[in-house]
Design a protein around this ligand. Structure first.
Ligand code: DGL
Length: 264
């Protein structure tokens, strides 16, 4: 057995949103040791310049590599769309990224109109533009920046009046434009699904990329002979460089994880 199979999978995000991806990875690959870095101190990345997002992504990656991570999941659409090419060209470990699932939505739509809710940094990125322009079918893509949503989630206001009001404001454009698929282009947003459904109803399909990222992680681990099989891991560590309350809240159901504050 390759000795690095026991090394952790490193996962980072600008905050707690990437835990939605960690949950999918942990469900599919329970034997894997994992190390999650929440850079909540610098959230939201979506309002930062490309250079700043690259700089933070490099810093997060170097931290995870110092902890011997065997593969890195960039569990942030904003960091993926702005920085993953540079990360892949700089470091030898495999990287898995996450991008808004517009291709699956384009294949599914009947109204030929899909919506995408994402950060400004993702919607303005060259990678997002390339993916949307390279679709096989011509469809209408209604884009909306989810301004303020990440901040409310990071600040423990997932279920608040402010959140409901902000969601109603951001989602109204989709209702006006007859979309039938809504792509969630930010890893924080899966935590909003029950509230989003209340506003947009059951006729619109919500699509996110979490499961696909977990499947891709498995495929790349297998290809590189890095996969860990066997008993469920007892080593799933979470670090945040801000308060750990919001992180602990989204991981409430997981009893065997360790959550610590980190000076980072
Ligand atoms: N979870 C990040 C993403 O997927 C949020 C970005 C932000 O911090 O604005 O894009």
């Amino acid at each position: 057995m390759n000795s690095s199979t026991t090394h952790p999978i490193g996962i980072f995000d600008s905050g707690i949103g990437g835990t939605s991806i960690w949950k999918e990875i942990h469900a599919l690959l329970p034997a894997e040791n994992t190390l999650y870095l929440s850079d909540s101190k610098h959230a939201p990345y979506g309002e930062k310049s490309k250079d700043e997002i690259i700089e933070l992504s490099i810093k997060n990656t170097e931290f995870l590599l110092e902890q011997n991570c065997k593969l890195i999941v960039v569990a942030c659409n904003t960091a993926t769309t702005n920085a993953i090419n540079i990360l892949r060209n700089t470091y030898a470990v495999p990287f898995i990224g996450i991008e808004p699932a517009i291709k699956p939505a384009a294949l599914k739509t009947s109204t030929n109109t899909i919506g995408i809710l994402a950060t400004k940094g993702t919607l303005n990125s060259a990678l997002f533009e390339k993916t949307s322009n390279n679709l096989d079918y011509k469809i209408n893509i209604i884009e909306q920046v989810g301004e303020g949503l990440v901040e409310l989630i990071e600040n423990g206001k997932l279920h608040s009046k402010e959140m409901t009001a902000l969601l109603e404001k951001h989602l109204s454009i989709f209702l006006k434009n007859n979309i039938d698929c809504l792509v969630l282009g930010c890893t924080h947003y899966p935590y909003l699904i029950p509230q989003i459904k209340k506003i947009i109803g059951s006729q619109i399909t919500i699509i996110d990329s979490g499961e696909a990222v977990a499947r891709q992680t498995k495929k790349v681990l297998e290809k590189n002979q890095l996969i860990r099989l066997g008993a469920p891991s007892k080593n799933c560590q979470f670090y945040s460089n801000k308060k750990i309350d919001s992180l602990s809240e989204v991981l409430r159901a997981y009893k065997n994880v360790s959550i610590e504050k980190l000076a980072f």
